[in-house]
Design a protein around this ligand. Structure first.
Ligand code: KIV
Ligand code: ZN
Length: 513
């Protein structure tokens, strides 16, 4: 298969994202990771833009030896000199020159004719060639340029010695068919086109960056300019991970390959996100938190039976440990059973499993997502409830707030099966509910300890309550979990009271302090 070269511009175009400014040491860390990822060229910065950027590029050129290092220059000698100074110590330095070619740019920015700009471009390439043969020329805003002029331009800069000619859709204006047509036309009409590599650099203003990049490859481009996580000016550049994985996953369609070590993709994405502070959207292709997460019951069932039913990429290929089944109210029994087995809970009777499933649905209805910790809490709660053949909470309702004392009404089923109701008042809803429970159960006891912990994060988390009581001179512990604090508190209290009622030998619990 033919090779497509990967030119990463995360440290130049990507760093142009507002707020993504990186310190020199952070740039070096990212460059090292890009080298591990196996990109062919790292565009390390724009040396003429500031002394800081110059130093950062030079630092990378000196320290990252396994990959070509490029720096960006406008088509003027001082910029080209600055790039060369910054990259010359690299193992394989490259000078990247950019100059607009569209009439919009010529009239709006340069106030020069097409012929003048063509001359400027050719002179810049010749100037850079005096330093190195490794010169890339970018025809900025090629996506909106006159195609005949673009063909002439590309021919002229190749004749002047450009080794790579980049065709940027700088403003993200093109659609894939149009962009593909530009590349195809260049491949067919420019007589010396095979003396250079055609590169594509697409922005995402209309959400077409990746599609246009791939259309470029389909039509003859052999280098792609991309940014990790799709960072870049305005709406960003084509995302490295999406382009690389599209070429790999659909090698049957594109018939090309890159040298990227795809297992490093996820790690690279996380590093860039952490250091730039630009969060990856959860539904982002390849590297988003949900890229390999299945939520619907139908999909979970399918993936559990055969992964390829709903996954076209093995997560391990991009360095993600495994696909995730997100347990929500839409998850079915199959997913719950698989998750429980993964957590080490295997030997359930069918009846017990159905009970757990009902409990899971109750929690899932209240929460968006049920985490492993929630399941652990549900299981231990259910196990205790099964063992406790005593008092069971049937209903609880409370009023509380700033307008006076809290009140509670509680209904509890006793060991003999009758349900009794009682009301209580107290300093808070749990206190009031305990007063009501005391009237029903009637075991004299003293509450020694009450502690509340949320099982996971978030307002909808399960609340785990631990209590310790003293009854008949002995200590008993109780525990329960529920998304309602009062229900959790009452269940924990009943758990301890049931132990006291059955005169269970207390566990080795000592009073606090
Ligand atoms: O978008 C663009 O045209 C660029 C060039 C420097 C290639 O970033
Ligand atoms: Zn760009």
């Amino acid at each position: 298969m033919e090779k497509v070269y990967v030119f990463d511009t995360t440290l130049r175009d990507g760093e142009q994202v507002p707020g993504a400014k990186l310190a020199a040491a952070e740039k070096l860390e990212i460059a090292r990771q890009l080298e591990a990822l196996g990109v062919d060229v790292i565009e390390a910065g724009f040396p003429a833009s500031s002394p800081g950027d110059f130093e950062a590029v030079r630092n990378i050129a000196r320290n990252v030896r396994g990959v070509s290092i490029a720096g960006l220059a406008r088509a003027v000698p001082s910029d080209i000199d600055a790039v060369w100074e910054a990259v010359k110590e690299a193992a394989n330095p490259q000078i990247h020159i950019v100059l607009g070619v569209s009439d919009v740019h010529l009239r709006g920015k340069f106030h020069k004719s097409r012929e003048e700009i063509l001359r400027m471009g050719v002179e810049a390439v010749r100037y850079a060639r005096a330093y190195t043969s490794n010169v890339e020329y970018s025809t900025e805003d090629a996506g909106r340029a006159d195609l005949d002029y673009l063909c002439r331009f590309v021919e002229a800069v190749i004749a002047a010695g450009a080794k790579v000619v980049n065709i940027p859709d700088t403003t993200g204006y093109c659609y894939p068919k149009e962009f593909g047509h530009i590349i195809r036309t260049l491949m067919e009409r420019v007589p010396n086109i095979h003396q250079a590599i055609i590169s594509v650099h697409c922005h995402n203003d209309l959400g077409m960056a990746v599609a246009n990049t791939l259309a470029g490859v389909r039509n003859g481009a052999r280098r792609v300019e991309v940014c990790v996580n799709g960072l870049g000016e305005r709406a960003g550049n084509a995302a490295l991970e999406e382009v690389v994985m599209a070429l790999k996953t659909r090698a049957d369609y594109f018939g090309v390959e890159t040298g990227v070590r795809t297992e490093e993709i996820f790690r690279t994405s996380r590093l860039v996100s952490t250091l730039t502070g630009i969060v990856v959207q959860p539904n982002k292709a390849i590297v988003g938190a949900n890229a390999f997460a299945h939520s619907s019951g139908i999909h979970q069932d399918g993936v559990l039976k055969e992964r390829s039913t709903y996954e076209i990429i093995d997560p391990g290929l991009v360095g993600v440990a495994e696909s995730k089944l997100v347990l929500t109210a839409r998850s079915g029994r199959h997913a719950l059973r698989a998750k429980l087995e993964k957590l080490g809970y295997k030997d359930f009777s069918e009846g017990h499993f159905q009970q757990l499933y009902q409990r899971f649905l109750e929690v899932a209805d209240r929460k968006k997502e049920v985490y492993d910790e929630d399941l652990e809490a549900i299981i231990s709660d259910e196990l205790r409830r099964d063992e406790a053949c005593g008092y069971v909470l049937e209903e609880a309702a409370v009023t509380c707030g700033t307008k006076g004392a809290a009140t509670a009404e509680v209904a509890v089923r006793g060991p003999e099966g009758t349900v009794r109701r009682a009301k209580g008042g107290g300093s808070g809803p749990v206190d009031a509910a305990y007063v009501a429970v005391d009237q029903i159960v009637g075991i004299p006891c003293k509450l020694l300890e009450f502690s509340l912990q949320s099982v996971t994060e978030g307002i909808d988390a399960l609340a785990q309550v631990h209590v310790r009581i003293e009854a008949g001179g002995k200590l008993y512990a109780g525990r329960a979990a529920h998304s309602d604090i009062v229900v959790s508190g009452v269940n924990a209290y009943l758990d301890a009271l049931n132990k006291a009622a059955s005169k269970e030998v207390p566990a080795a619990v000592k009073p606090a302090g």
